[in-house]
Design a protein around this ligand. Structure first.
Ligand code: ADP
Ligand code: ADP
Ligand code: MG
Length: 457
């Protein structure tokens, strides 16, 4: 078993990891930037070490500083959370070389799955259906040739992409030039790698993903599926488990494919296999594998009763999975809303600053994962996620009602938040009827604008 874990992250997930450690009797050390000195994770951990200035490059992405902090505090493992270094294969290797356990899969597995082109090749080899797409495209003429085969519309995607960055849609040939240069520049800036490829754009798609778990003793299982179709700019806004309105055949096939892929690459720890589901054709296609804990893991925890972060720590410590596939049952329906510090009315402009009042609902079937409190100052340097509000109920309609009550019970003052916006989404007729796809949010936004682009009244 692990003894002392360094938490190489911030925000709600750092708090989440610290608490999971405490419940397992593992000590936690939080590595924090100067901007996070007064954070909840720092307060709740056994120890905390400053690893540098606010900018991520100088702190949460500073591998040398993090390794020094881990070794200097006698930690035996590093939990990377999500984002930052979570999917950095070199960092996983560097941890191993320093004698530290990386809470995640081995570097080589991250490498094999982290690059979308490499992952597509592996998925194809293991018989997992892919979105029709191209190999790497190096210039406009290669892109044109690929489109001639795939057909419009397409998505230009960054091979190194993540977090919705480096993705551009092309509906007409005339948009191709700008899309290629835009995606390459964004990917180069975000990932230091501007390689691109092309995929057929699946219209009115749904995003369905499967949570997998694998230990070091050859056991690989799934914990069911999630739907994350409510997205803005290819980023998730609302997620739920299990994925609604999926034919049994498709659901089972998807889950089996996810396990086959994970087992086929020698996966270890928690991971997520993402698919797009084509509702009209009732077909699913592999998108990517995220080799880390996912932001939306609490909806799976809610319907399975399992603690995914504790399981991550147990697996990393060398324990065999304490549950078999037959032990896993899905009960009820869970929904998660990502509450962010943004002004929805102003194009989702970030709204950092002091939270003068933070009052959250409690009650049966309500969970809030957050690092916020009254008086907390949201720094301007990082992701704008304030918390994840999760409700669990016997069925989807009740989970929605519970979510609307919970959102109404949240009182956050001092900064702008997306609480009202989320209330509108979750309370809409389309969401209740599950008449949605990954483009629903954007289509809805269009419908709410006047032809001049101003909000309709
Ligand atoms: P999830 O499915 O867990 O929501 P996301 O793709 O939205 O996954 O990413 C979760 C977090 O990780 C976000 O904060 C996102 O910005 C960040 N992220 C994702 N991929 C990368 C990457 N390759 N490099 C850096 N940050 C990333
Ligand atoms: P990232 O690594 O940034 O999360 P993904 O490949 O997972 O990139 O794509 C982000 C989102 O964009 C997906 O969740 C999905 O909803 C949408 N998407 C991706 N590829 C396609 C596609 N070929 N057709 C339709 N939607 C897609
Ligand atoms: Mg994705």
């Amino acid at each position: 078993m692990l003894r002392r874990v360094l938490v190489a992250n911030r925000g709600e997930i750092a708090v989440r990891i610290v608490r999971a450690c405490r419940e397992l009797g593992i000590e936690s050390v939080v590595a924090y930037s100067q901007a996070d000195r007064d954070s909840l994770a720092v307060r709740e951990s056994d120890r905390a070490v400053c690893i540098g200035p606010p900018r991520s490059e100088d702190s949460y992405l500073n591998q040398a500083a993090i390794l020094t902090a881990a070794m200097g505090t006698g930690a035996d493992a590093v939990h990377p959370g999500y984002g930052f270094l979570a999917e950095n294969a070199d960092f996983a290797d560097a941890c191993r070389d320093a004698g530290l356990t990386f809470v995640g899969p081995p570097g080589d597995v991250i490498r094999a799955m982290g690059n979308k082109l490499a992952a597509r090749a592996t998925a194809a080899r293991l018989g997992v259906p892919l979105v029709p797409g191209s190999p790497q495209v190096r210039d406009v003429s290669e892109a044109r040739a690929a489109i001639a085969e795939i057909g419009l519309p397409v998505l230009i995607k960054a091979a190194a992409g993540g977090g919705g960055r480096g993705i551009r849609i092309v509906r007409e040939e005339s948009q191709l030039d700008a899309a290629l240069s835009g995606a390459a520049a964004e990917a180069e800036a975000a990932f230091g790698d501007g390689s691109l490829f092309i995929e057929r754009y699946i219209e009115r798609a749904r995003h369905v993903e499967v949570q997998v778990l694998a230990d070091r003793h050859g056991h690989t299982i799934h914990l069911g599926d999630r739907d994350c179709s409510l997205q803005r700019r290819y980023q998730k806004v609302v997620e739920e488990a299990p994925a609604p309105d999926l034919p049994d055949e498709v659901r089972n096939s998807m889950r089996t494919a996810a396990v086959r892929l994970a087992a086929g690459v020698g996966y270890e720890n928690a991971g997520t296999v993402e698919f797009v589901y084509d509702r009209q054709r009732q077909e699913y296609h592999f998108l990517e594998m995220n080799t880390r804990i996912q932001v939306e893991h609490p909806v799976t925890e809610a319907v399975t009763g399992l603690d995914l972060v504790q399981l991550q720590l147990q697996i990393a410590g060398g324990s065999p999975l304490p549950v078999t596939q037959e032990d896993v049952t899905i009960t009820g329906h869970a929904i998660e809303c990502r509450v962010t510090a943004e002004s929805a009315a102003e194009g989702f402009r970030p709204s950092p600053g002091r939270i003068t009042r933070w009052s959250a609902p409690t009650g049966d079937g309500i969970r809030l994962d957050t690092h916020c409190f009254s008086g907390y100052v949201v720094p301007p340097f990082y992701d704008s996620l304030l918390g994840k509000l999760v409700t669990l109920a016997p069925n989807r309609q009740q989970a929605i009602s519970r979510m609307l009550d919970a959102l109404a019970g949240m009182d956050v003052q001092g900064i702008q938040t997306t609480i009202a916006y989320l209330t509108e989404l979750v309370g809409s007729d389309e969401f209740r009827a599950f008449d949605i796809s990954t483009t629903w949010i954007e289509q809805r936004a269009q419908a709410h604008l006047t032809p001049e682009g101003a909000p309709r009244r």
